[in-house]
Ligand binder design. Structure first.
Ligand code: ZN
Length: 350
């Protein structure tokens, strides 16, 4: 047995001030206290080792409150350096900066994963189980709000409204979208101008200004098919739940969810009803292309209409914060991805 296998010091049996002269031995994988003048071995389980602090005698803590104290710091270091398997893996890892860094990065990755995948998945699930009555109520209250704040009554003729409604009904039928039932509403867009909005409960609002901007019905049909895609994919509901989840997550991390929840939900209620993430846009574009091809209409036409909206608003789509435009991808990318989708469907048909 080498000298670094034995430490000489004081043994505090119950963590109190009374001690016995003793030695700490390690035999194989185990630690034992051997009291002076005795051959009895007391098996002890290492809990932790105090940090080295000048000449202060080192304390070695065992499970069950007993402590061994040794004033030979070098000997203590040598004892544990040679026998570092006494430390459980975690105890050793916790002590190292490397572990702390790894743990922090892992936590961030977990949180990011939760944000990136967990939250959308939870939001999709919540959207799928939201009762029809709830989305209907959301639609009617949102409609009331936008009618009060943004829109006024349509100036489109009854005949024109009927024409567009017929096109809309056909697109809905091709989409196979029945729940929630879809309805097309016409409004003077007012401040919002040329625009189209899909509410979670199946209400689509088309503004007079968008109708005026379109050169043909295929352009409008493409936008309507896109909006139907938003309802079918429950995009605004998922967005709303995601905002709820975000607020909750921020609250958990920050430790106070009260005010944040209120702020974010207040923002989300207004913003997320109108804005969708780009992934949702792409999904709805694909939906539009599929439905338009089935309807025998030009699937690219709606991108032409979007170009005209941008010109009409004189807004850079990358730097705007006005409703529909802000949330929709840049039109150059969009045209390319819509064309790719058209090519793909045509290739599949052959
Ligand atoms: Zn959209």
């Amino acid at each position: 047995m080498s000298s670094s296998d034995i430490l000489t010091g004081r043994y505090y049996r119950d963590g109190g001030s009374e001690y016995l002269e003793a030695e700490l031995h390690h035999i194989g994988e185990a630690l034992y206290i051997v009291l002076a003048g005795s051959r009895q071995k007391i098996h002890v389980q290492l809990e932790s080792l105090a940090d080295r602090l000048g000449n202060v005698p080192r304390k070695i803590y065992f499970t069950g409150d007993s402590v061994f104290e040794c004033s030979d710091n070098d000997a203590v270091d040598a004892f544990f350096k040679q026998n570092d398997h006494f430390f459980s893996r975690l105890t050793r890892l916790e002590g190292s900066l490397k572990f702390v860094v790894i743990a922090t990065v892992a936590t961030i990755i977990c949180l990011f994963g939760l944000y990136r995948y967990g939250l959308p998945a939870a939001a999709s699930w919540a959207a799928s189980v939201t009762p029809a009555g709830v989305v209907e109520a959301m639609d009617s209250s949102t409609r009331k709000t936008v009618d009060k704040l943004l829109f006024s009554e349509t100036k489109l003729s009854k005949a024109r409204q009927d024409e567009l409604t017929a096109i809309f009904d056909e697109l809905v039928q091709i989409s196979g979208q029945t729940n929630p039932p879809m309805t097309l509403n016409f409004r003077d867009g007012g401040k919002l101008g040329a625009n189209a909005i899909a509410l979670p409960g199946g209400t689509i609002i088309l503004t007079d200004q968008l109708e005026a901007l379109a050169d043909n019905d295929d352009e409008l049909a493409g936008v309507l098919a896109h909006e139907i895609g938003h309802v079918e994919g429950k995009h605004s509901l998922r967005q709303l739940y995601r905002a709820f989840g975000m607020a909750f997550m921020i609250g958990v991390i920050g430790g106070d969810s009260g005010q944040i929840v209120e702020d974010v939900v207040a923002q989300a209620a207004l913003l997320d009803t109108f804005s969708y993430s780009r992934a949702f846009e792409t999904e709805s574009d694909i939906h539009s292309v599929e439905v338009m091809i089935k309807a025998g209409r030009d699937p690219m036409a709606f991108v032409d209409l979007l170009d005209k909206i941008l010109k009409a608003h004189n807004i850079d789509p990358e730097n705007s914060d006005t409703g529909w435009l802000s949330s929709h991808p840049g039109n150059k990318d969009r045209r390319a991805s819509v064309q790719a989708q058209i090519d793909k469907i045509k290739a599949d048909q052959q």
